[in-house]
Each structure stands twice: as structure tokens, then as C-alpha cells.
Design a protein around this ligand. Sequence first.
Ligand SMILES: C[S@@+](CC[C@H](N)C(=O)[O-])C[C@H]1O[C@@H](n2cnc3c(N)ncnc32)[C@H](O)[C@@H]1O
Length: 256
Amino acid sequence: MARTGPDARPLEFQEWLVARSDASQHAGQSGSTRRLASALELAPGARVLDVGCGSAKSAVLVATEHEVLVIGLDRSGRSLGRARWRARRHSFTRGLPLVRADAMALPFRAGSFDAVLLEAVAYAAPLDAVLPEVARVLVPGGRIGLVDIARRPDHVPPAADFQRLLGERTLNLLTVSEWERVVRGAGFDVIRAEGFPIRQELATVVEELGDWLRSVPRQLAWLARSPEARRLFFANYRVGLDPGIEGCLLVACTPA
Ligand SMILES: C[S@@+](CC[C@H](N)C(=O)[O-])C[C@H]1O[C@@H](n2cnc3c(N)ncnc32)[C@H](O)[C@@H]1O
């Protein structure tokens, strides 16, 4: 897939959402991030790259709970603006390094990271460009943790809602086994791959509530202003409520 053209631009819908909601923007929210982080078996001091970090909610959570160094990377200046806000809010004494770059061209030397997180980035990314980059920056035996949406087998999703969100981009709406196959095809050994319901456990809803409530005025102002925003917002909700869509949690490693 080409590295220029439509895919080289930020996906506006994702940027808008991250800029207007401080909650996690991936299936399972902080609950799936915790499951992922524990499956990554991060040693204290490990170097972790959060690709498509958005407002850095996961980066802060993982850095705090696992005593690792997390670098947040996103190609959107708006998303990184929210990430800087969060880093200040949590008074990150060690700092939260944030890098503006594209996942298709990671500005790091080979073997720079012990683990890479990809949460709700891969579903709209050219995987044949992103996964080799991720493999390159990992140490041998380094782990990738991916949380994304997946299609339940035999489910045909309503294409109109997805296309509205993605514009002309390719949608990687794969089943969990297809995610596994794609990741394996990029040279990773898959350690764990599972589907999970997108709807939240109560504990996660409560944990995210503060961030969500704080975002309501910004979201309402945005929705009131723009009919396009309303179309996108509700298309996003319909996708989240679609019983044929589930979350996919996948952990894999590069050959040691
Ligand atoms: C749906 S949000 C998820 C944010 C965060 N990972 C989370 O789970 O809350 C996707 C983020 O990925 C970023 N993104 C999308 N494609 C990217 C790419 N090719 N390179 C870097 N960042 C990308 C977007 O700008 C956006 O901030």
C-alpha cells in the first residue's frame, strides 16, 4: 500500500474524537489496556512505544502501573496536544516523551523498544507498512500488544457507517483469526489472541467516567456546531453497538 496519498493525512475523525474526549478511544478502554500490559510481561524500566497514543491515557496508565518508560507517538498535533495536557495533569515527574511521527516511518533506530502498543490504530492503517516498522524498532523477542476492533466470523458489518468514519481509507475489519494471520505474516510469533465484548465492565465505565464527563461540554459544542460531526459521532456509536463487532486483544513477539 502506498505511503503517500490519503493515508498520509491524519484521519480527521480520530483526531476530532481524541481532541474532544479525554476517555480512552479503544475497545475495552483502560480494562483492555491493563490486560494487554500484563500480557506484555513488562519488566520495570522496560522501554515501551505507544503508537497512535492519542491523548496518552494508556501511556500514562502503563508508565504508572508498570514503572516503565513509555514514549507516546502520534501523527496528529491535536492528539499530542491532549497528550501534553494529560502528562501535565498527572505531573509526570519523569516526563512523558511525545513524538509527532507516522507509524509507517518510525523515527527510531532498530531495536529501540522492548514492547510496542497499538491500540485502535491498526484498523485504519496500512498494515503492510506499519507492522514491519514496529518489528524493526523492537528488540529481538520484543513484544507487540494490539487492541482493536474485530468482526465476528460470518458477520457483515454496515459498510456505510465505517466508510463515513474512514473516508477513502482502507478498513482492516478482520476477525480475530485474521488479525492473528496478518501479524504472523509480518514475522511475529503470536502468543495470545482473543476476542472480547466491546461493551464495558462496570469498573472500567466508572474509572473512565471522570474523563468522559469532563469532555461533555467540548463534545456538545462540537456536535451543536457541525452536522458532519453529528453524523460521524453517531456512526461511531452505531459501530460500537453493533453485535457483530468485538474487541481483539493480541500479543505477539519478534523471533528471539
Ligand atoms: C482511535 S485513536 C486511539 C488513541 C489511543 N491509542 C487510545 O486508545 O485512546 C487513534 C489515534 O491514532 C493516531 N493515528 C492514526 N493513524 C496513525 C499513523 N499512521 N501514525 C501515527 N498515528 C496515527 C490518530 O491521530 C489518533 O490519535
